[in-house]
Design a protein around this ligand. Structure first.
Ligand code: NJP
Length: 223
């Protein structure tokens, strides 16, 4: 029977590319994001293996109900890709906008916790895999960057969650890319790293045998 992967931030970029790559590798995919039309188009492209679920990951109730719908449709949950994220660059704390800090902390930190909280009971049953999108910015320091600080949280959390999941045979991996060619930035940035490259790395982590736990994948544009 096909295994099932729930992806947050599936409407574009890394999440959409991972949905296609995982489906091509034989996984069922539950697709979460706020942009329902984009999810419907993606699900139509993938076919019966895809379940589009419009959900805001900062709403705990919507995350919980998305997990229930996924298990109702596919029978189990074998893996999660907590990938939804948002970022605003500003030159420093003195000039930063506290509302933007709030939004980044809500999506990049709290929503990752909500996603883990809602999915762990299912992943415990399947000895599943929780993969989360960190960042090169979560391994280095940048002047006044709240975005970078949220990704440092993600890296710390992933390591601790890996230890928690290990107790029931589960696994946790953090993917930390450098700059990727997605809609993440208001203006396109010059980078060679493509969302499909990151998607292939996620599928690699997903398809490890039971004997192996890939804990972190750090990848950079080859330029
Ligand atoms: O960007 P983009 P990426 N509820 O903008 C979703 C990290 N990263 O693929 O809700 C639900 O194409 C949004 O969906 P929608 C980055 O931090 C990137 O590059 O429809 N979903 C969309 O599907 C992030 O964690 C780079 O607007 C919400 C997705 O998030 C991850 O990669 C480098 C949401 C964003 O897709 C994917 O970003 C790096 C909400 N409240 C790490 N808010 C890079 N691109 O260079 C947002 O190191 N989304």
């Amino acid at each position: 029977m096909a295994k099932t992967l729930l992806i947050t931030g599936a409407s574009s970029g890394i999440g959409a590319a991972t949905a296609k790559a995982a489906a091509a590798a034989g996984w069922n995919v539950a697709l979460l994001a706020r942009s329902g039309d984009k999810l419907t188009d993606l699900a139509n492209e993938i076919g019966d293996a895809a379940l589009p679920i419009q959900a805001d990951v900062t709403d705990r109730g919507e995350v919980t109900s998305a997990v229930e719908r996924t298990v109702d449709r596919f029978g189990a949950l074998d893996a999660v890709f907590a990938n939804a994220g948002t970022g605003v660059n500003n030159p420093g704390i003195e000039t930063g906008d506290p509302q933007e800090w709030h939004d980044m902390i809500h999506v990049n930190i709290l929503a990752v916790l909500y996603t883990a909280h809602a999915t762990l009971p299912e992943l415990r049953k399947t000895k599943g895999n929780f993969i989360v999108t960190g960042s090169k910015a979560g391994r280095e320091h940048f002047k006044g960057s709240v975005y970078s600080a949220t990704k440092w949280f993600v890296h710390g959390f992933a390591g601790n969650l890996a230890e928690e999941m290990r107790e029931f045979g589960g696994r946790c991996c953090v993917i930390s890319p450098g700059m990727v060619n997605t809609e993440f930035f208001d203006e396109p940035k010059p980078t060679k790293l493509q969302p499909e490259d990151v998607a292939d790395a996620v599928v690699f982590a997903l398809n490890q045998p039971d004997t192996s736990a890939v804990r972190e994948i750090h990848m950079m544009p080859n330029d």
